[in-house]
Design a binder for this molecule. Sequence first.
Ligand code: B12
Length: 810
Amino acid sequence: MNILDYLKDNILILDGGMGSFLQAKGLQPGERPEPWNISHPDVVTSIHRSYFDAGSNAVITNTFGACGLRYSADELREIAEAAVRNARTAAAESASPQPKWVGLDVGPCGKLLKPFGDLDFEEAVEAFAVFIRAGAAQKPDFIFIETMSDCYETKAAVLAAKENADLPIFASNAYSENGRLLTGADPAVMTAMLEGLGVSAMGMNCSLGPDALLPVAQQYLERTSLPVIFKANAGLPRLENGQTVYDISPAAFAGYVEEAVRKGVRIVGGCCGTTPETIAEIAGRVGGVNPVSAAPRKQTVISSYSRALLFGEEPVLIGERINPTGKKRLKQAILDEDLSYLLSEAAGQEEKGVHAIDVNVGVPGIDEPAVLKCAVGEIQAVTNLPLQLDSSDPAALEAAMRIYNGKPLVNSVNGKQSSMDAVFPLLRKYGGVCVALTLDDSGIPMDARARADIAAKIVREAEKYGIAKEDLIFDTLAMPVSASAQAANIALDAISLIRNELGCRTSLGVSNISFGLPSRGDINSAFFLRALDRGLSAAIINPYAEDMMRAYYAYRALAGLDESCGDYIRYCEDHPKAAGSSAGQPAEQIAVRTAPEQGESPLQGAIVRGFREQAGVLAKDCLRSLDPVELINTEIIPALNRVGEGFEKGRIYLPQLLMSAEAAASAFDEVKAAMASRPLQEDARKKCTVVVATVKGDIHDIGKNIAKLLLESYGFTVRDLGKDVPPETILEEVLRLKAPVAGLSALMTTTVPAMQQTIDLLKKEAPWCRVVTGGAVLTKDFADSIGSDCYAKDAMDTVRYAQTVDGDPS
Ligand code: B12
């Protein structure tokens, strides 16, 4: 029986942990488990067999780390062959009467993808693809993509599976305690993207115990009608006498699994710390349980890498500013490949309150697929709003849809057969919600009925590709009311027909309605309000046009969407009515800027928003009037502090933190260049050697680099050991150089113990060496308590202290 057919009426029981088992059988810490498929087939087979015997219906091959970044294609072929064979042998040997399947296991590739890491998206796809090709040749029953803690990497693995195998794909993610993936996605984001990509099942595994994962499972069940996977750890790992132990017993674990199944979970099993005993308990409890049938979900949803956006609850605003039509400055920026202009447009619109951003780079004479791909890649690195990929060129749409991190809005398809033939296969492959224009080969009909009929035709054609009508949003086309008195009524009546007859969402590019008329803002906002009242789901607007934003907030207040009219009041306070409003101005003349927070300088703004290039340029500019050290203290550090605060409060996620760190680094490069070109500090005769390092486990090095730079500019010789440096390495270097001073940095509570270990080691083995410590989490008292000779609250403190050790206090 096909595993998907089985899933329709049964709970599928997967296996439990593999790695801990192998270790018990002799796998050494640090040794790769995958070659054991070849060197110890009997051990691997016996583990699989014990799971089948315990009641698993499916086991996952021992190939968690098998990807093109770790093994050659030949090695992967051998591993895949042996791994699937071991699992099949176990199935044949097990006496269990259950049906038995084998899943090809695909784990994370171990690198973060660009722009947050250094792995290119296509390289990631290929790294997964090499193994999946090898694995698929061995004919497993399904592919199990698991423990993914990044939305983008999950997409790369799923695409590799779709393109290189014809097997059901199960995709499972590893959630942190805050209910999100490491890079910020929550279940709403993952369900949106994975349903769009067409996987067969999705869910969660590893990282947390079943108790902590139950609420995550609940969120999946509320959003997807696909089978949900629940494969938790046996609690959080704990070290006891040098052994990793897990606290949740098999019986207790199975209790949580049963609860998950009763809520609607279909695929269960265990991850780290679970054993055949756990699976036996699970089988005992849920083996015969009839699955709860999943209610069909009728959601229209798009997402970025960390934010899902649902259509229907509230009107959705799509920022129209990144579209060169009628915008000379933007057209030039696209021709000049000036992406920073596009980035500031994106950030500006986000600050103005749009929910999604349209990206259109259609300028004649450019390589549109390449430019759109590049623009989308850069924009999605600085905003976490979902994007609307906007092009009439299917090749450009495909290039952008492929690398988009999430489930995009796609603009557009229309009722022409040629358009549907080109766009629907893309939607089928990459997922997305598509804006569908109600026109066809006969043009734009000038009556509402005919536009609704085109919509119905588009829905029927989409169904042939398996695209649900929830993934279509109909644009009923606002034509200039100056040219036809009925233009507005036709578009509005079509909204009502499509909404009532087809049950579909609608969208409008609003401002076209006022073309050719004076005071366009008045017409636009009045039309917008009429459309909202008919149930318009989304509008493409210029968020700098205050009339539109005011209309939007007024509508929400009047439609009961704004409790105590709080949002409306806030908007009015922030935007007092000016004597001459911006209404009616051509969009191009409205100032574009990224609104600084109160007291925030442009450089700080660039760092906070993660604009690398801009940060470098602005820093260079500031350095004309500002001393480099002052620039560090008054610009770079306060900006990073703001980012850190946002991170701590859960307002921003790791990718944004990384982008800000990069922007700070690019400002810092300018500081370095400025310091290198100026004369050494007044007393900069050659001084002693200082060894500096960020301690083990900690990769924060901006502060340490600043300390190093300043020490060098005061004439010290600095030996920089980098970040994540073990105590032994630091000691070795201090001994080798007979260094009189060592500077240590730690920025996390979790890495302060490593700082203490380093100090202890230095005191014991190199007692002459003075240790100066710094980093955001330290305080003077704490630094004293761990035996530091000096606490440096900033880099200048380090210099002053080193000077006293050098015998030259100044
Ligand atoms: C930038 C940043 C990052 C960047 C680092 C890039 C890089 N190359 O350094 C990235 C994105 C990679 C990052 C990753 C993480 N980060 Co971080 N990060 C920050 C952030 C926003 C700024 C740090 C910084 O550079 N500040 C500016 C510098 C100049 O300040 P400073 O280091 O304090 O340095 C000054 C003094 O302390 C002193 N000094 C510093 N070093 C030295 C060395 C010597 C020898 C001396 C004498 C003096 C000295 O002089 C410096 C100049 O005046 C802080 C928040 C914050 N406000 O500190 C969080 C923060 C440190 N990160 C945090 C966390 C949790 C993480 C992650 C675990 C996130 C994750 N979930 O993956 C990872 C950690 C990975 C790891 N194993 O280390 C937490 C730590 C919480 C805690 N109390 O433990 C913080 C506090 C954010 C928060 N509020 O939650 N992070």
